[in-house]
Design a protein around this ligand. Structure first.
Ligand SMILES: *[C@@H]1O[C@H](CO)[C@@H](O)[C@H](O)[C@H]1NC(C)=O
Ligand SMILES: *[C@@H]1O[C@H](CO)[C@@H](O)[C@H](O)[C@H]1NC(C)=O
Ligand SMILES: *[C@@H]1O[C@H](CO)[C@@H](O)[C@H](O)[C@H]1NC(C)=O
Length: 352
């Protein structure tokens, strides 16, 4: 243990020295990259059953899938083991604190996974769940711990003005309450791609310039820079720990894993083996890494993109509790892949 603590201090110093050059996101365990690994079949998984988690939203419940191998995969880093999730230990560590997820439905996916993981490991511990005005707060009163989800797809502001709904790439008024939490976990990407009816803004504004539209990756990067500046100016790293949930990949196009374009996640029974994934690095992930690299304050990247890219088998597809009208190859069944994201979050909280 002592050895490990000493290593932790050394690692921190190293990152501090080189913060302009390295992405700090590689949460390391004695030199081991937890995000570099493989999925192994392990029938002691999943960690819980969906029926044990009464507040799980229908869109993540995949009870009607005809094949359920996807439940039994465990993430195995190549150089070490992940600590097994321990809900009581996590609540004890978080005593008196609040953890806030800010982002889109992938934050919801991870927040729900975390609340289910803790509830099912401590089924007799009282919880209170309240959702109001885009904010969902899940409290464990006996530990004074709050797990909060704030729905916010772009991180920057959308304001109704005379000309219409304006997406302001350089404005982050919405972030005022973020400072109250001790652990912040951000995510943004998927909504930047929406056009037509699903696009919740009419104009984009940066500085004095107003545009009808811009390249979506460029807009994303500008918004991330605004976010990074907000973090650098407002976060005290002695009090608050900041994470960014990496880009969650979808499986709508089989050409990414050597199959015809028309193949999707529908009917997929098994993960893609690491060597078979042919997609390039995700362009949004590269933008995100670039922005994190230029920050002054430490932000830990939950580097979930590659490990999730292998899981073409783990989406709700047509089997959500909502019924079979859509083929959801973006979100993840619960229990499932976001449990692993939370095990990586847990590992990083235990180790630092
Ligand atoms: C994220 O993990 C993948 C797979 O191990 C790796 O190739 C990539 O370099 C990592 N990204 C960062 C920023 O560490
Ligand atoms: C954080 O804590 C360290 C050690 O106690 C101290 O030297 C440093 O000034 C603190 N930083 C801030 C921003 O308060
Ligand atoms: C699927 O991916 C391939 C290769 O990246 C691309 O050329 C093609 O347009 C994509 N198809 C669809 C339907 O998005």
């Amino acid at each position: 243990m002592g050895c490990f603590a000493i290593f932790g201090v050394l690692l921190l110093c190293f990152l501090f020295e080189t913060h302009h050059k390295t992405v700090r996101g590689n949460i390391e365990n004695r030199g081991c990259d937890l995000f570099d690994g493989r999925w192994v079949f392990d029938d002691s998984y999943p960690l819980y059953e969906s029926s044990e988690c009464p507040f799980l939203e229908n869109e993540f419940v995949c009870l009607h899938r005809p094949h359920n191998f996807y439940l039994n995969y465990r993430w195995q880093p190549n150089g070490c083991n992940l600590p097994r999730f321990n809900g009581e230990d996590l609540l004890t560590r978080l005593k008196g604190k609040s953890l806030l997820f800010v982002g889109d439905s992938f934050s919801l996916n991870q927040w729900q996974s975390l609340t289910c993981m803790i509830h099912t490991s401590l089924p007799h511990t009282k919880y209170i769940s309240i959702t109001k005005e885009g904010l969902s707060t899940f409290t464990f009163p006996s530990y004074d711990v709050k797990l909060i989800f704030s729905r916010n797809a772009f991180l920057v502001d959308i304001v109704s003005e005379r000309i219409g709904r304006v997406l302001k790439l350089d404005s982050m008024e919405v972030g005022k309450f973020w400072k109250e939490s001790d652990i912040l976990i951000f995510n943004s990407w998927h909504w930047w791609l929406h056009t037509g009816k699903k696009q919740p803004w009419d104009f984009v504004k940066e500085g004095k310039h107003i545009y009808r539209d811009l390249d979506r990756l460029v807009m994303y990067e500008e918004a991330l820079k605004t976010w990074a500046q907000w973090i650098d100016e407002n976060v005290d790293p002695n009090k608050t720990k900041v994470f960014f949930q990496g880009i969650s990949p979808d499986h709508k196009n089989g050409s990414k894993w050597g199959k015809p374009e028309s193949i999707t996640c529908k009917g997929q029974k098994f993960p893609i083996s690491e060597s078979k994934y042919q997609g390039d690095p995700h362009p949004a992930e590269l933008k995100l890494e670039g922005v994190l690299r230029d920050m002054l304050k430490p932000v830990y990247l939950l580097n979930i993109t590659s490990l999730s890219q292998m899981r073409k088998d783990a989406h709700p597809s047509i089997y959500t509790g909502h019924g079979g009208h859509t083929n959801d190859c973006s979100h993840w069944c619960l229990p499932g892949v976001p449990d692993t994201w939370n095990m990586l979050l847990y590992a990083s909280l235990v180790q630092t």
